[in-house]
Design a protein around this ligand. Structure first.
Ligand code: NDP
Length: 595
């Protein structure tokens, strides 16, 4: 039955979502994937690196930062600005700065968050991006420009993986896979959460006789062209892409244009909204006054967090959908709605948003069966929303075929000739895995990088029953060690903004310790206990929502994460909590304990 005034039946849609979710659930959960190690290690090699040897380092630095992506770069930059002028050494696996933008250089790569709020330190570098949504190369160059501007190349170490941190008489001894034993007074860990490519555990991949690579290690020697397209090497090639997430949405238009034939193997369609990229208006760029980026970034964060603003400065798909939801809830009864009524209205706004996304597929895709297969049936934030003005249209090309694998749980097998779905073998020359990344694979949290604190205590052993930190940054027993990333704090889609607030905080704490002559930065056990209590009290229980979502990395492939460790009042309030705490003297961590 169609509910009055809505034009659709919420019960029928809810049921459709459930059916579509149920047929995608796989009992192996994240176990269906494999890492790029063992016989698949070659999938993880850095195509941008020239092999080089160097002698192991045994020197001493003031601050060692693990990770040369935006988190690490911001830590370096904010330390310099806070007046920490000692040696700051960034260490990264890759051959240069940039993190995800170093690794990912696939054709079509763009940031899907507006560049004026995503790229950090624009005012400091006197730079305004050329496009509303920057291409990857512009972002990578900006990362390198930050490193030059703040003199972070001088002590940087690349193609190096940190393998152990051990506290030893007032400093960390940092071991690496190159035999280094660097002493560092402070260590900041910012190694990213989506940095290790993953492959599907499809039987027979190794038997495929053609060419294969992962999107984050694009092989331009094979395809020709560059991130702008022009993949001339594919003109006579039959290409398969496995996966249809945010990455595939950006590469498929180029492959469709340049390959002899393209088969896109889809298990779950993405929501694909309007992009509307445009060049930066030079007059607008000239008109920007001091503080413009902070205002715009704060405005974006507030809007997407549901905090009312007089103006939506960014005005795009992210802010539009957040505003839609907020207005619907508030226009119906003000702020004091009971929780279940808020949820009902939020679900209706979500249905309306997704109906619009599905209508767009019908408008743009000519073949009705293909259009039907490209429609996503789940709530908007179950999967990463995507934006493109040429992805859906690519399926109108005669050389492009969508292969819907949903009835078979994905691509079932590989033979020497290519992927197999529903017993049908698709013969291709090249397979490109757009199958994403292991969540939290790298860094301290995964246990791949063991950390031994005071008395040799192992960090993860003290976190057996969940992380214990103050504000997500540091833990009692592990002096002068700081974590950046999603840990007992508040995150948001503009992740670089979140990292910047975190880096600023850590830099100011370290600078204050130096000013006061405090050698040990470490939260008291009481302060840590209070914060863990706050997190437990405020964290939203997302398990019910996640359990209803179609599987993906947002919900542990349909096996929801045990408990949220996020600050439930959201990032806007969290950042205020940090500022207030800093203004209050920082005594919780600067009491000057034993080394
Ligand atoms: P995702 O994890 O989002 O997508 C992986 C894709 O592979 C999914 O479509 C998945 O299907 C599919 N897949 C996995 N196994 C199989 C199988 N056996 N058969 C068929 N299909 C399979 O990875 P992405 O690289 O696309 O994106 C990862 C993240 O990177 C994004 O969520 C985003 O955070 C970030 N990103 C950001 C961009 C930006 O502009 N800021 C751009 C690109 C990426 P299913 O959905 O059914 O599991």
């Amino acid at each position: 039955m169609v509910a009055s005034g809505l034009g659709f039946d919420p019960d029928a849609l809810r049921e459709k979502y459930r059916v579509e979710r149920d047929r995608r659930i796989r009992p192996e959960g994240i176990g269906q994937y494999r890492g790029v190690d063992g016989e698949f290690a070659g999938f993880g090699d850095d195509p941008h690196a020239v092999p080089h040897d160097r002698e192991p380092l045994t020197d001493t630095v003031d601050v060692l930062v693990i990770g040369g992506g935006f988190g690490g770069l911001l830590a370096g930059a904010r330390l310099r600005q806070a007046g920490v002028d000692g040696r700051v050494r960034l260490v990264d696996d890759g051959a240069d700065f940039g993190g995800t933008w170093h690794w990912n250089r696939y054709p079509g790569i763009h940031c899907d968050i507006e560049s004026y709020v995503y790229l950090p330190l624009l005012e400091e570098l006197g730079y305004v991006p050329e496009w509303k949504y920057s291409p990857g190369e512009e972002i990578r160059e900006h990362a390198r420009a930050i490193a030059r501007h703040f003199d972070l190349y001088a002590d940087a170490v690349f193609q190096t993986r940190v393998t152990e941190l051990r506290w030893d008489e007032g400093a960390w001894v940092v071991a690496t896979d190159r035999g280094d034993a660097i002493r560092a007074k402070h260590v900041i860990a910012s190694s990213g959460t989506l940095s290790k490519p993953k492959l599907p555990g499809i039987p027979g991949i190794e038997s495929f006789g053609g060419h294969m690579f992962h999107t984050s290690r694009w092989d331009y020697d094979y395809t020709g062209g560059d991130a702008g397209g022009g993949l001339t090497g594919l003109a006579d090639k039959r290409v398969a892409v496995i996966g249809t997430g945010a990455t595939a949405i950006q590469i498929v238009p180029h492959l469709g244009r340049d390959a002899r034939s393209l088969h896109v193997f889809q298990r779950t369609p993405s929501s694909v909204d309007v992009r509307g990229n445009q060049r930066t208006d030079p007059e607008w760029a000239k008109s920007l006054g001091p503080g413009w980026q902070r205002r715009r970034r704060d405005n974006f964060l507030s809007v997407v967090s549901g905090v009312p603003q007089d103006e939506d400065m960014v005005a795009d798909g992210w802010t539009g959908s957040a505003e839609l939801l907020r207005k619907l809830v508030h226009s119906n009864a003000g702020a004091d709605l009971p929780e279940d009524e808020r949820e009902r209205l939020s679900e209706i706004a979500d249905f309306q948003k997704m109906n619009g996304i599905r209508d767009r597929v019908d408008e743009l895709v000519e073949d009705p069966a293909t259009a039907e297969a490209l429609k996503p049936w789940y709530r908007y934030m179950c999967k990463r929303p995507t934006f493109s003005d040429d992805y859906l249209e690519t399926f109108n090309r005669p050389n492009v075929t969508l292969v819907d694998t949903s009835a078979h749980g994905g691509v079932e097998a590989f033979t020497e000739k290519g992927p197999v779905v529903g017993g049908v073998e698709y013969e291709v020359d090249c397979v490109i895995f757009a199958t994403g990344f292991s969540v939290g694979f790298s860094g301290v949290l995964s246990g791949k990088l063991p950390v031994y604190g005071r008395d040799g205590t192992q960090l993860l052993a003290t976190w057996m029953r969940g992380p214990r930190t103050l504000h997500g940054f540091y833990s009692n027993g592990f002096p002068n060690l700081f974590h950046l990333g999603p840990l007992q704090n508040a995150v948001s889609v503009n992740y670089v903004h979140i990292l910047d607030e975190q880096a600023t905080h850590v830099a100011e704490v370290i600078a204050e310790a130096e000013r006061r002559g405090v050698d040990v930065v470490e939260p008291t056990a009481e302060a840590e206990e209070r914060w863990v209590g706050t997190i437990r009290e405020k964290a939203h229980d997302l398990r019910a929502f996640q359990a209803e979502c179609t599987p993906g990395y947002y919900n542990g492939e349909g096996m929801p994460w045990p408990r949220s460790e996020q600050f439930g009042d959201g990032p806007v309030v969290f950042h205020e909590v940090l500022r207030t705490w800093r203004a209050g003297g920082m005594d919780d961590v600067l009491a000057g304990g034993q080394a």
